[in-house]
Write a protein that binds this ligand. Structure first.
Ligand SMILES: NC(=O)c1ccc[n+]([C@@H]2O[C@H](COP(=O)([O-])OP(=O)(O)OC[C@H]3O[C@@H](n4cnc5c(N)ncnc54)[C@H](OP(=O)(O)O)[C@@H]3O)[C@@H](O)[C@H]2O)c1
Length: 309
């Protein structure tokens, strides 16, 4: 079968190759992949390391083979390939990492959800008493950021979205942001606080400033380090807040607490009801995946991108 494998020497860091078909173990379903979505994290992985490694977390497709208790053969499912093997025609997935796609949700929408939307959902759920609370989403145009803006709105938060350019403001308003701050160094973001919760994927100077705009019981959840800068924290600040916290988030660890199936079911229901928007920006055919990957790395578009297999 065909699959994309890593190759740091080509655009996008991926190259289509012929590989052996996977064999499902017990408690795994074998899926025919119809769509996959791209995340910055896996593309960084593709560009950084050795060639010829499998890649791909987020997939949608149909069930070819299922163990007892699994989804029926032929049913539509979305899955998180924890082993990062999803950008292929077929993949074997543990039952705990997939969910049935309900009526009214397209495979492209479903394939956009696993890593980005689960990260947004669980990062927000680290917050307490969020109804009516001010929540900052940094990097709000990103895959995770876009879902965090929409989900925070659904949770009844007063959502502040940080973007880098004025032309990104309207898109954030459309996702439900109550205030959009155009800022790169964190000064305006700090002025717009205090925040009960900060959901951050930047890891830079802006993050450092935002943390100092937490309310006394505020929590900053750092799920990414897109900018990879040293964070600066005034030692007295968190002491002064009393219960203020800075926490890391990791989807692999979090999915040990709630199964991917359950998290995806919660998100899929919201999409089916038309309450959660999927910020699907690009949809291309198999052969265009390397260019799409490079465009995502070059930040040529915002939101999610899907490849049809
Ligand atoms: N811990 C986990 O489990 C987990 C899960 C998912 C993702 N992540 C990590 O989270 C990060 C974001 O993921 P993603 O998929 O949302 O990425 P993405 O779609 O590429 O979004 C990146 C966001 O950061 C902004 N940005 C990029 N470079 C910036 C800079 N130098 N200064 C300020 N803003 C900048 C972008 O703004 P523009 O639109 O203006 O370019 C965009 O809003 C990645 O590092 C990823 O590896 C971690």
């Amino acid at each position: 079968m065909k699959a994309y494998l890593t190759d740091p020497n080509v655009p996008g860091g991926i190259r289509a190759q012929s590989v052996a078909e996977p064999v499902a173990e017990s408690q795994q379903a074998l899926l025919q992949v119809s769509h996959f979505s791209l995340n910055r994290g896996e593309l960084m992985f593709a560009q950084a390391g050795a060639a010829h490694r499998p890649i791909g977390w987020d997939i949608a497709g149909t069930v070819l083979h299922s163990p007892s208790g699994g989804p029926p053969v032929g049913s539509r499912v979305v899955a998180f390939s924890r082993a990062s093997q999803g950008w292929a025609e077929q993949v074997a997935i543990p039952l705990a990492d997939l969910a049935l796609i309900p009526e009214g949700v397209s495979p492209s929408q479903a394939a956009s959800l696993p890593v980005a939307a689960l990260t947004a959902l669980y990062s927000l759920e680290r917050g307490r008493c969020l109804l009516g609370s001010r929540v900052l989403v940094t990097g709000a145009t990103g895959g995770v950021g876009s879902f965090a803006v929409s989900l925070a709105g659904l949770m009844g938060c007063e959502v502040v979205a940080q973007v880098r350019r004025p032309d990104q403001v309207e898109g954030m308003r459309a996702l439900g942001a109550h205030q959009v701050v155009v800022d790169e160094d964190g000064e305006k973001v700090a002025e717009a606080g205090p925040y009960r919760l900060i959901v951050d994927g930047l890891g830079n100077r802006l993050t450092s400033r935002a943390i100092h705009a937490l309310s006394a019981d505020g929590i900053a959840v750092i799920y990414g380090a897109t900018d990879r800068q040293q964070l600066e924290l005034q030692p007295g600040f968190l002491l002064g807040t009393g219960t203020g916290r800075v926490e890391g988030f990791n989807l692999y660890r979090q999915s040990e607490i709630e199964s991917v199936t359950r998290g995806l079911q919660r998100l899929l229901k919201l999409v089916a009801q038309g309450r959660l928007q999927v910020p699907l920006e690009q949809e291309v055919d198999w052969d265009q995946a390397p260019q799409l990957a490079q465009d995502l790395l070059d930040r040529k578009f915002a939101g999610k991108a899907v490849v049809k297999v």
